[in-house]
Write a protein that binds this ligand. Structure first.
Ligand code: ADP
Ligand code: ZN
Ligand code: ZN
Length: 757
């Protein structure tokens, strides 16, 4: 699957003559000759321009050869082509990173070419801007008014003036400048434009420029720093309750590493990578910070990448793809909220950035810190087994006030007692108290839209997506029915389309079932007409600016109640919030996924952690119909370990991760019959691979995937379970080599899947 050319070690002291170049999407590297002029200046990690067939293409140098390594047996009509001398050649990655990329390709069963394509942001060639300044003092004869005018304008400038501005002020500026340049009166400079998006904005007042760590934080820092200094691989789980000051520990550990000249990498979930978090880091680390983010403009992203590559920045902060950042002299990797399933890429190269952090730390002999208030069971078990070092921060930094969590058992509230459809009298009273005290509330409801689905009152039919086997969500604001899987959006029908009477008319009405954030928002508006209420979910934040505006409105006190999906649960440090209400804890609890209970526990605990972060006490109310479920009861007890013990016991008895590893194979096809046959055939291939190699693996499937159809493709899956990833890897290779190719099916291999739907 992964054909690799020679490795970095083959480099010889004589300048290489041949380079092996991967040209995505081609899987295998091709060999090119370096023209004389480029020898010595191009090495592993460069993006070069090469001829490919009749066109020019970009590719990355992954290995090099000197002249005497040139293959001897090339037949005479085979001629190695040459890297284009007039092409664009940019350094794109550090040769040190190649081993990491190769590991990833092997583990996830992909090509090195695709890994590099995913890892490296698209290079943006440098852009130069031209500036003009006065030069020389001699005053030869000027010809014309225009020349005099240009000289006058320039003499008024302190800095060289950019050509674009000058052109706007003086007609025919280019010709005039040419004349002046010939006379030696002006000089035209060319300067590269670099996007200083991070450093140009002022650091806000609230961001602390220094803190004194408390005793527990200091102990954590000491251990992490000792390992970082030793330049040995060591992994830590920093288990600290929300608000215990984990972020402050990361920042100090990075500062100390920087003082020794070691670089650092911080990975945070996409959703937590807010300008506010970046501001916190900037306030303490200065402009040494390169931000990598898929939502950044292409040039900003490339400039950040290059700043690291060239050593101008030594710290990178990024979302999932930040794990590839070319941090110089890497000493420490931090993965914040390590339990987040969004660290796993769901498409294409299905890597998990959290897992890769450990791999990279091992390859580069550095320390790695996985931080969370709710560590994943995978990480926690490694700590229990002493593979990783567990550090605990058991108390909040500002613990004077405390956090109270209690359950509202909805079984005990009669429907007519509810303050509104979804808000209990207890939650309504707490909201009112909080408003009266001029404090702020967060309300979590982890579903978008207004109603989960529409159903016909007469024939009970639900409005389903025509392409997927899911119901359509009613979005009232946009007056549409939307599929959250294929993004289809339909006009809301007035009456049931399924049970039109024989006369072609029908009046069977559709009723709304289930709720969403829009509905909760509306209920709140009715209950508290004077409160200032905002909504935070994927529909309300079209872009980063909207996200920032909404969070800032909470920080500056202009929002009283923020209702939202899991987006409100993540990382935010907003001291004015004293009440968190979870409208329905049970959403997500009954998903056919062995991690469902763990995910709910994490979400509830994280959301709870948003309350009472300042000096006032926090209150959390959990509305539920299953108050004794461990995910809810243990959230209430603030007992991560208790939850982990129960859940690990379950997983062990069922042989699920972290007690096993899983390879998921998904088959999808537009043709139900064909797909189903293909899946059965694949089972035979799987069995023969397992038997021939005598691998201790169990194969489950094929079964129809929990979501049987997405985007008009029918779906089946296999779960292959084992204890060794290398066994799974062998099966993956066998099946992918021998599976019949067909345009009718799509085959996806997912190592360590997070998504089982
Ligand atoms: P976590 O990352 O564990 O959720 P944070 O690092 O965000 O916690 O800390 C919560 C709040 O407490 C932040 O406002 C942070 O600045 C503050 N804080 C944490 N540790 C200290 C400290 N030692 N001195 C002053 N403030 C601190
Ligand atoms: Zn009907
Ligand atoms: Zn759909």
């Amino acid at each position: 699957m992964n054909k690799r050319a020679g490795s970095a070690a083959e480099k010889t002291s004589t300048a290489p003559v041949l380079v092996n170049v991967v040209i995505p999407p081609l899987e295998s590297p091709l060999t090119y000759e370096l023209p004389e002029a480029l020898r010595g200046s191009i090495e592993i990690g460069y993006r070069v321009e090469v001829p490919l067939g009749r066109r020019r293409a970009f590719g990355y140098v992954v290995s090099t050869q000197s002249a005497d390594e040139r293959p001897a047996d090339t037949n005479s009509d085979f001629k190695i082509k040459s890297v284009l001398e007039d092409g664009e050649h940019l350094r794109c990655f550090d040769p040190l990173q190649l081993e990491f990329f190769t590991w990833i390709a092997d583990y996830y069963g992909d090509s090195l070419s695709n890994v590099i394509d995913v890892a490296i942001p698209p290079a943006v060639p440098p852009k130069f801007e031209r500036f003009v300044k006065l030069s020389g003092t001699a005053a030869p004869k000027l010809t014309g008014k225009a020349q005099a005018e240009v000289l006058k304008i320039l003499s008024e400038q302190k800095e060289p003036l950019d050509l674009a501005t000058l052109s706007r002020r003086v007609k025919g500026c280019a010709r005039v400048l040419k004349g002046l340049e010939e006379k030696g009166l002006v000089q035209i400079l060319s300067e590269e434009l670099v996007d200083h998006h991070v450093s140009s904005e002022a650091i806000p007042q609230w961001a602390k420029s220094a803190v004194d760590l408390n005793a527990e934080q200091q102990r954590a820092l000491h251990d992490i720093d000792a390992a970082t200094r030793d330049k040995e691989f060591k992994a830590f789980i920093l288990h600290g309750v929300t608000g215990s000051g984990k972020t402050e520990v990361y920042i100090e550990a990075i500062r100390q590493a920087l003082e020794r000249g070691q670089g650092a990498l911080i990975i945070v979930p996409e959703i937590a990578l807010t300008p506010q978090l970046i501001d916190r880091f900037r306030a303490r680390l200065g402009n040494n910070l390169a931000v990598l983010h898929s939502a950044l403009h292409k040039r900003s992203r490339w400039d950040s990448w290059r700043a690291l590559l060239e050593g101008r920045c030594q710290v990178a902060i990024g979302a999932r793809s930040g794990i590839f950042a070319p941090v110089p002299n890497l000493g420490l990797i931090v993965v914040d909220e390590e339990h987040e399933s969004s660290y796993k890429q769901a498409e294409g190269l299905r890597y998990n950035a959290r897992d890769l952090a450990l791999v990279r730390a091992k390859l580069q002999n550095c320390s790695v810190v996985l931080g969370s208030a709710t560590p994943s069971l995978e990480s926690y078990l490694n700590a229990v087994k002493n593979k990783y070092t567990l550090i605990s921060l058991p108390a909040r930094h500002s613990s004077g006030s405390g956090l109270e969590i209690s359950v509202v058992d909805l079984n005990r509230v009669k429907p007519w007692e509810m303050a509104s459809r979804n808000i209990s009298p207890q939650l309504a009273a707490a909201l009112k108290d909080t408003l009266d005290r001029k404090e702020q509330s967060f309300l979590l409801y982890n579903r978008r839209g207004f109603a989960s689905y529409l159903q016909c009152e007469s024939c009970q039919a639900t409005m389903d997506c025509p392409n997927c086997s899911v119901t359509l969500t009613f979005h009232k604001n946009q007056n549409s029915l939307q599929c959250h899987y294929c993004s289809l959006s339909l006009v809301v029908p007035e009456f049931c389309p399924s049970c039109r009477g024989s006369d072609g008319k029908s009046s069977a009405p559709l009723v709304q079932r289930g709720a969403g954030t829009e509905k909760i928002f509306e209920e709140l508006e009715t209950l508290f007409p004077t409160a200032r209420i905002s909504r935070l979910d994927r529909d309300s934040v079209a872009d980063n600016d909207a996200y920032r505006r909404i969070l800032n409105s909470v920080r500056d006190g202009s929002t009283d109640i923020l209702v939202g999906t899991q987006m409100i649960a993540k990382g935010h440090d907003l001291p004015g919030v004293t009440l968190v209400g979870i409208v329905d804890c049970d959403v997500g609890l009954h998903m056919p996924d062995f991690r469902a209970g763990e995910r709910v526990f994490q979400l509830l605990t994280q959301a709870s952690g948003r309350a009472g972060r300042g000096d006032k006490a926090g209150l959390v109310l959990l509305q539920t119909r299953v108050p004794n479920h461990p995910s809810i009861a243990k959230t209430c007890d603030k007992d991560f370990r208790g939850f982990a013990e129960i859940e690990l016991e379950n997983r062990k008895s069922l042989g699920y991760p972290p007690f096993s590893r899983i390879l998921r194979i998904v088959i999808s096809s537009p043709n139900q019959e064909f797909g189903s046959q293909y899946a059965r055939h694949l089972r035979a291939l799987l069995d023969s691979s397992v038997q021939q190699r005598e691998l201790p693996l169990s194969v489950l499937g094929p079964t129809v995937a929990p979501i049987a159809r997405i985007r008009a493709l029918w779906r089946w899956h296999f779960l292959v379970k084992g204890t060794s990833p290398s066994h799974l890897n062998q099966v993956m290779r066998d099946v992918s080599t021998h599976a019949p190719k067909s345009t009718q099916v799509r085959l996806v291999f997912d190592m360590d899947p997070q998504d089982l739907m």
